[in-house]
Design a protein around this ligand. Sequence first.
Ligand SMILES: NC(=O)c1ccc[n+]([C@@H]2O[C@H](COP(=O)([O-])OP(=O)(O)OC[C@H]3O[C@@H](n4cnc5c(N)ncnc54)[C@H](OP(=O)(O)O)[C@@H]3O)[C@@H](O)[C@H]2O)c1
Length: 438
Amino acid sequence: MAIGVGLLGLGTVGAGVAAILIEPQGRHPLVAELQLRRVAVRDPARSRSLALNPALLCSDPEAVVDDPSVEIVVEVMGGLEPARSLILRAIAAGKPVVTANKAVIARHGEEIAAAAAAKGVYVLLEAAVGGGIPIIEPLKQSLGANRILRVSGIINGTTNYILSRMADEGAAYGDVLADAQRLGYAEADPAADVEGHDAADKIAILTALAYGGSVAREAIATEGIDRLQARDVAYAARLGYVVKLLAVAQREGEGDPLPLDVRVHPTLLPKDHPLAGVHGVNNAILVEADPVGRVMFYGPGAGAGPTASAVVADILNIAGTRQVTGTTSGAPLDPLLAASSWRRCSLVDGSQTCHRNYVRLQTCDEAGVIGRIGTCFGSAGVSIQSIVQFEASLGDQEGEAEIVVITHEVQEARFRQALAAIAALAEVRTIAACLRTL
Ligand SMILES: NC(=O)c1ccc[n+]([C@@H]2O[C@H](COP(=O)([O-])OP(=O)(O)OC[C@H]3O[C@@H](n4cnc5c(N)ncnc54)[C@H](OP(=O)(O)O)[C@@H]3O)[C@@H](O)[C@H]2O)c1
């Protein structure tokens, strides 16, 4: 029996979804049951590459949600409003929703999940994190027996593309960004990607699914790659590391609420780390859990085809449920498919967490400087793994040296105490870079 689908948005993702629905041959037989009934766009008159019946298009997304022939609402328009209100409107009408909108789910996920649970409808969001990579349903279902210890991922393709090129070519951040924008790998306004906000949205969603409770999105410590310098990428490579924008959600013990350390920042990964080999626009998520161990999910993190693959899989899950229960609304929810929250979580005080660090200092090129820096670290209880002086590069002032320190794991507060003492040394011109290290 046919199932009516309403699309909110026919951009990159929406067009990818429509392309699958209108060509079901060779796919799961349920795809042929899905019928595109109505599509909302901003401008129905605009010419589009997809051969879609123009009568399906309209500029009123509420009319798509309210259309009685639409049984499943697919929100792929993006932005916070009206997307949030449209999702809630669909839920209120008892219609299940599939969305790719990480910004809405990261900020309003609890409100949406509560409304969906009260109404007994599914809201599925496989495409919201990692594009075509299955990670949402695996966290909800396949890994459900585990105690999750850490979820870490490269979950923004734009920044990974930029970092890969900086590493391969020794190029400056600004030059690669400009090229990425020209090639369509970065938006005209790249802030959400390069400042880390997109990755923070996604790790907020993964946190809620991995640990069964959400954390405040705006409280996630977020640092992007926009201030990263080519020389830090180069020095990291010489020391055996690659720099990646990592999003991490880590359990910090037990308790109620469950203490978590959730953050996004450029990170030095040892070259043999599983995430170090993820290049270009690809994404990967590494889940460390008890008892399964380490499981890694890898693949294309964005783009029409990969993202539509995830969206249509969610639609199929709902269609499959209807085959069993006879209805898409008011059905008894499969608890593993439905979003559920069973625990309170809280973010720990960042100054108390422990990490390894990379620090680059610009100093006078004088005897004894390295010793005095080492003393500052030692006095604060920071143990050093390596300390290296690099030769002055082109453009450096004469008589200046660059010293790179990699610390062992240390509490953030102690590390900051050492940095304050180092900054006060007469020989130290500036603390030029400070990055986390795995
Ligand atoms: N692109 C990716 O690779 C990717 C990957 C994962 C997740 N996502 C998420 O998927 C969502 C869609 O992304 P996208 O790249 O497909 O966006 P997009 O290319 O900008 O497309 C947005 C679509 O929504 C329509 N639209 C926007 N506001 C509307 C409104 N108020 N009323 C009616 N229609 C409206 C636009 O209409 P017009 O066509 O008339 O402009 C367009 O068709 C976002 O939440 C995004 O974060 C995207």
